[in-house]
Design a protein around this ligand. Structure first.
Ligand code: GDP
Ligand code: ZN
Length: 362
């Protein structure tokens, strides 16, 4: 007797290993199906990513297998980590043990702001602080433009508030190590260990060899991606994009325009950005980093020709002779960052600022 066949169904790709995809079928509480991708999709060059909404054919519920026949257009797409349709980033930091490091937090926030995703900030280990200390942190971060949720995975305080924020969304979890990300995800996805074993078994390999992100279904609704192991995100922003990643500076930008069209807001005459905000110093530092990266990119463009790429005010490109060749050898920062996992690429910023000619600068 041939196995029962269902009509076409839809599902979400939860994990990928080599040419196999684990797909959770909509409205099904059963375990995910092990799927292959139709040759036709491969020929079309249609990539399948974790988080993709896919149409399934040849569903075989006895063997728990199916074939991916179509991929829905993506709402968002990140390349590092490779995830489709994520809607928000949950940044987890701890207030103590390890103590909250404002520069590190700021860097994570700026990186997350540069994506098109909604940013949620969660401060863990609230049990180790007094109410007054927590309130003082909340006030400080309020000036940065954020209203973090404080939680404790130990006492489970704040957990239901956090669960409300995660409902019906695809969320990426990020943050430095030691802040309680694993503890949090274990609380949010109680059957995670079992799920990991199931997934690893299906994909024939251990979890650590699963190169890509993995999504977990939250019992309260929604999906969360475990994205372990990164400490210092590479900002990878264009200099003019940096200011937009500081929510506390955005109202100033909306109040008027700077005298210089290409103003970088570091003390130029008649600039709308003041210097009397806590993170102005962070802004200047991240801006300097972006300028250095831009210079490095320009040097790459001109390496073969001995010419330097010059980008004019209107975005037009021209080349001029490279004079200080030594300067362009200064690639240390970029090379240093290459081994780090850079979670979100600037593609996502571009999604948001589509139509701006900043896209031409790469
Ligand atoms: P990760 O590296 O971000 O995944 O952090 P872990 O989940 O491994 O947690 C790091 C350490 O912090 C562990 O010793 C946890 O027991 C501890 N921890 C996690 N959450 C809390 C919390 O809410 N309160 C306290 N006091 N300790 C916590
Ligand atoms: Zn300015």
């Amino acid at each position: 007797m041939s196995p029962p066949l269902l009509p076409q169904a839809w599902g979400t790709v939860m994990a990928i290993q080599a040419n196999y995809y684990l797909v959770q079928v909509d409205q099904s509480s059963g375990s995910p199906l092990l799927c292959t991708r139709r040759a036709r999709l491969k020929k079309m060059g249609q990539k399948v990513m974790v988080g993709d909404r896919v149409g399934l054919e040849e569903i075989d519920l006895v063997a728990n297998q199916a074939a991916i026949a179509s991929v829905e257009p993506r709402k968002t797409e990140l390349s590092r980590p490779p995830v489709a349709n994520a809607e928000q980033i949950l940044l987890v930091f701890s207030l103590v043990e390890p103590p909250l490091e404002v520069w590190q937090l700021s860097r994570f926030l700026v990186k997350a702001e540069s994506t098109a995703l909604t940013l949620r900030l969660c401060l863990n280990k609230a049990d180790l602080l007094t109410d007054a200390e927590i309130e003082s942190w909340q006030a400080r971060l309020g000036h940065w433009g954020y209203s973090p949720i404080t939680v404790s995975t130990l006492t489970q305080s704040g957990l239901s508030l956090l669960q409300d924020q995660l409902r019906h969304k695809i969320t990426l979890l990020a943050g430095p190590s030691g802040v309680g990300k694993s503890s949090l995800i274990n609380l949010l996805v109680p059957d995670r260990t079992q799920r990991v074993k199931q997934v690893s078994g299906k994909l024939q390999k251990g979890r650590h060899t699963t190169r890509h992100v993995e999504l977990f279904a939250l019992p309260t609704g929604g999906l969360i991606a475990d994205t372990p192991g990164f400490n210092q995100p590479d900002l990878d922003l264009l200099p003019e994009e940096v200011i937009h990643c500081f929510p506390e500076a955005r109202p100033q930008l909306e109040q008027g325009t700077c005298y210089f069209k290409d103003c970088l807001h570091r003390g130029e005459p008649h600039c709308v950005i003041s210097s009397d905000w806590e993170r102005y110093e962070h802004y200047l530092t991240f801006l300097a980093e972006a300028l250095e990266q831009q210079q490095y990119r320009s040097s790459l463009h001109s390496e073969d020709t001995g010419m330097k790429l010059k980008i004019g005010e209107a975005g037009e490109r021209s080349y001029e002779p490279k004079l200080e060749s030594k300067k362009y050898r200064r690639q240390s920062r970029r090379t240093k960052h290459q081994h780090l996992h850079s979670f979100y690429n600037d593609h996502d910023f571009k999604n948001r600022s589509q139509g701006s000619d900043s896209e031409n600068h790469d």
